[in-house]
Design a protein around this ligand. Structure first.
Ligand code: EZ4
Ligand code: CO
Length: 405
C-alpha cells in the first residue's frame, strides 16, 4: 500500500481549521488535524510546501518510521508548527490503519480500559447569577465535571469568560486585522477567585468536580497562594498557573499547596514536560494530539506520565477540530492513566463540516465503533467557509505592559 495523495484543507466554519487528508493508492483516506490557533496558515504551508512531497509513495502503515523521518529529518526539532504538521500526518496514518484493519482506533491502541471518557465542560459568567446559570445549563446537558471561570471586578473582558447567558460560548480567536487587547491585574484576580469558588460550592454542593484555568498568568508565589486559598473548595485541578516554559516554577507552588496541578496545553514535545513529570510536580499532563506530535508522541508522553502517577487531561477546546477530539477520545479510552478530557462543544456547523462517530452522553465521551478515527470531512461544505484572519488576544497589565495571555 502506498500514499497516493495528500491535501491540506483550510476551512473556517465560524473559526479556522487546517486539516490534512491523506489518500492511499487503493482509495483509503485518513484525516489529521493541523490547527494551531491564530497561526493556521503556517502549518498549512509547512505541510503543503515541505511535507506532502515526502509522503507520496510512502507506505502508510509505517507510522513510527514516518514520524521519525519527519522529526529527525527536519533537523529543526520540536516547535508548535513542526509538531502540529507531524501530528496531522501521524493521526491521518492511524486513521488509515484503523480503516484498513476494520477497527476503531482505540482497539489498535490496546482496547477499552474503561466504559467511557469523563469529560469536563466550561462554565463562566460576568457575575455570580450568570455563572450559576452557566453551570446549571451544563449540568442539564449531562456534564459531571465543570471548569469555573469568572470575570474579575474592575477588569474588562478576560480569558475564559463567555459572552453572556444567551450563547454562553467563549471563543478566544478574534476575527479581524489585529488581535483584541485585554487588561490584567493579578492582585484583583487573586482577591476575587476564592470567593467565587466558595459560592459555587455553597450552591452546587461538595460532590461536583470543579476545575479552574489560570492561563499561565501568575508568578510561583502568587500561584502558591491561589492553590492554598482554593484548598477548602477541593478542586479537581488548578490549570496552567505559571508560564509553561519554566518547568521549575511549579516546584515552589507544589511545596505550598495540595491543590492538584495540571499543565501542558502549549507543550509540543515530551521534552517540555519530562522534568515536571519525573519530579512529580504535576498531577495531570494536558498536551493534545494536534499540538504534541500526534497519537504516536502523545502516547509516549502519557506512557512516561504513567510511570510517575501523573494522569492525562488532554486539551479539548473548540480550536482542536473534531479530528483531534476523536483522536483524544480513542486514546483516553485505551490508556491506563486517563484522568479527564476537556470538552468544549463545537458549533453545529463545525460538526456538519466534520461529521463524527464520537458522542457525548451522561457526562462521558464515547469514540463510537466506526473504523479508524470515525471522522470525515464534507469538502463541499468546507469550501463554502474560506479562511478568515483571526488572532488570539494580547494581554496587558493596567499600565500597558505586555503580559501573558
Ligand atoms: O486558551 O485553546 O483550557 N483551555 C484553554 C483554551 C486555550 C485555547 C487557545 O487556542 O486554555 O481555551
Ligand atoms: Co487551558
Amino acid at each position: 500500500m502506498k500514499i497516493r495523495d495528500a491535501q491540506v484543507i483550510v476551512t473556517s466554519p465560524g473559526r479556522n481549521f487546517a486539516t490534512l487528508k491523506v489518500t492511499t493508492d487503493d482509495g483509503v483516506t485518513g484525516l489529521g488535524d493541523a490547527t494551531v490557533n491564530g497561526r493556521e496558515l503556517a502549518v498549512a504551508s509547512y505541510l503543503r510546501d515541505h511535507v506532502v512531497p515526502l509522503l507520496i509513495g510512502r507506505d502508510p502503515h509505517r507510522i513510527e518510521d514516518t514520524w521519525q523521518f519527519l522529526y529527525k529529518g527536519a533537523y529543526w526539532r520540536r516547535g508548535p508548527v513542526t509538531m502540529a504538521a507531524i501530528a496531522a500526518v501521524d493521526v491521518a496514518l492511524w486513521d488509515i490503519k484503523g480503516k484498513v484493519a476494520g477497527l476503531p482506533l482505540y482497539q489498535l491502541l490496546g482496547g477499552a480500559s474503561r466504559d467511557g471518557v469523563l469529560a469536563y465542560c466550561h462554565a463562566s459568567g460576568k457575575d455570580m447569577p450568570e455563572l450559576f446559570d452557566s453551570v446549571q445549563r451544563h449540568l442539564a446537558l449531562g456534564y459531571r465535571a465543570v471548569r469555573i471561570q469568572s470575570a474579575v471586578p474592575g477588569l474588562g473582558k478576560i480569558y475564559g469568560v463567555g459572552d453572556g447567558v444567551a450563547s454562553g460560548r467563549y471563543e478566544p480567536a478574534f476575527r479581524g486585522p489585529l488581535p483584541a487587547e485585554e487588561t490584567w491585574d493579578s492582585r484583583a484576580y487573586l482577591r476575587h477567585i476564592p470567593g467565587v469558588f466558595e459560592k459555587v460550592r455553597e450552591r452546587f454542593g461538595a460532590e461536583l468536580p470543579l476545575l479552574h484555568d489560570a492561563h499561565h498568568r501568575l508568578t510561583p508565589v502568587e500561584a502558591a497562594r491561589l492553590g492554598k486559598d482554593l484548598e477548602p473548595y477541593d478542586l479537581f485541578w488548578l490549570e496552567d498557573v505559571t508560564p509553561a516554559e519554566d518547568q521549575d516554577a511549579l516546584r515552589l507552588v507544589r511545596q505550598h499547596t495540595t491543590t492538584p496541578l495540571a499543565i501542558g496545553e502549549v507543550f509540543n514535545s515530551i521534552w517540555d514536560c519530562e522534568r515536571l513529570i519525573r519530579a512529580r510536580l504535576i498531577d495531570y499532563i494536558r498536551t493534545s494530539a494536534v499540538h504534541a506530535g500526534g497519537i504516536t508522541h502523545l502516547r509516549r508522553i502519557f506512557g512516561l506520565a504513567e510511570l510517575y502517577g501523573v494522569k492525562s487531561g488532554s486539551h479539548g477546546p473548540t480550536d482542536v477540530s473534531p479530528v483531534t477530539m476523536a483522536a483524544a477520545v480513542h486514546l483516553d479510552l485505551a490508556i491506563p492513566n486517563f484522568g479527564i478530557q476537556e470538552h468544549m462543544r463545537h458549533e453545529p456547523i463545525v460538526d456538519e463540516v466534520f461529521p463524527h462517530a464520537y458522542r457525548f452522553a451522561d457526562g462521558y465521551l464515547h469514540p463510537g465503533e466506526a473504523s479508524g478515527l470515525g471522522v470525515s470531512i464534507d469538502e463541499e461544505l468546507a469550501a463554502r467557509y474560506p479562511y478568515e484572519r483571526a488572532y488570539l488576544p494580547v494581554n496587558r497589565l493596567t499600565d500597558g505592559t505586555a503580559f501573558d495571555w
